[in-house]
Design a protein around this ligand. Structure first.
Ligand code: GUN
Length: 287
């Protein structure tokens, strides 16, 4: 047996970025520069890094970027009134409120307050519903990025067994819908799943999105499977900060057919898909 093909998410994302840049140029020429508003409440260090990268990438792509950093003590009412203003702002096409929010703020309520047409995260109940019904939704960025990477390896997914480990609203659930749409047989596993290793061994497509460092071992993987690692876990390694995935990379590499690294796999795709959603939202609004 040979080593798994590495799925170079950074390279795929770079290709997307250059396509997106020309799409933005065309819109700018028509006087329709797409605008993305990014809202960060509090100072969670991981969220700050994500938000900084999102803003940097959107500026590089030629988008107009609106940045709102609010203190962790911000009231739900104040956040909702900011969202109201962004909903009515004509130069804002996309609104992203970075999660998690402080515990005194009801994230569901905030998500539902965003204009569904500007909901570039795809978290609004209207977009969640449309994704499940199969038409016209803004699709959550990380699942969308996973699908682009999977389809890059194999374009016909019909009949394949897909196992997603993790049932979050941000990744696991929407990804299940996308794989179902491709006619995969989809299983969503979680903390109460019995005999996770045996379930994973049946997967032609295995997606790990649980936030548990190296949970998925090499001997849980079906030979030749496509393995997508969504995990971003911070770990100390020989005194240095290191990112590790939910998959034991070395173990998986010896068995899988194709595998995403961490970092440089799904992460860069998430941001590229956010920009794509923002451009889509702008095109639809100015349609
Ligand atoms: N927190 C973790 N992932 C995401 C995401 O995709 N969007 C937002 N808004 N917050 C997140």
């Amino acid at each position: 047996t040979s080593e798994a093909t590495l799925i170079d998410g950074a390279a795929v994302a770079a290709g997307l970025h250059s396509e997106l840049r020309s799409a933005v140029e065309n819109l700018v020429e028509r006087g329709l520069t797409p605008g993305l508003a990014v809202v960060l409440v509090g100072n969670d260090p991981a969220s700050s890094v994500y938000v900084r990268n999102k803003i940097r990438r959107s500026v590089e792509a030629g988008l107009r970027s609106f940045h709102h950093e609010l203190p962790s003590t911000t009231s739900e009412t104040d956040l909702l009134s900011l969202i109201d203003r962004l909903n009515s702002a004509h130069d804002v096409d996309g609104i992203l409120v970075q999660l998690p929010l402080p515990s005194h703020i009801d994230a569901q309520k905030v998500t539902a307050a965003i204009d569904p047409a500007k909901d570039v995260d795809g978290f609004h109940p209207m977009n969640v519903g449309k994704l499940s019904l199969g038409g016209g939704a803004l699709v959550p960025c990380t699942p969308l990025g996973c699908m682009l990477l999977i389809k890059g390896v194999r374009s016909q997914l019909a009949g394949l067994n897909a196992v997603i480990v993790g049932r979050s609203n941000i990744v696991g659930k929407p990804l299940a819908q996308l794989l179902l749409r491709e006619n995969c047989t989809v299983t969503v596993a979680h903390s109460r799943t019995e005999d996770l290793p045996s379930l994973c061994r049946r997967a032609d497509i295995l997606v790990a999105a649980v936030g548990q460092p190296e949970l998925i071992r090499g001997d849980w993987i079906k030979p030749g499977a496509i393995v997508i690692d969504v995990g971003i876990n911070r770990a100390e390694h020989e005194g240095r900060q290191k990112l590790i995935g939910d998959v034991d990379f070395a173990g998986a590499r010896a068995v899988a057919g194709a595998l995403t690294p961490v970092p440089g796999g799904v992460g860069p795709m998430t941001i590229a898909c956010l920009l794509r959603n923002t451009i889509d939202a702008a095109c639809r609004r100015h349609g």
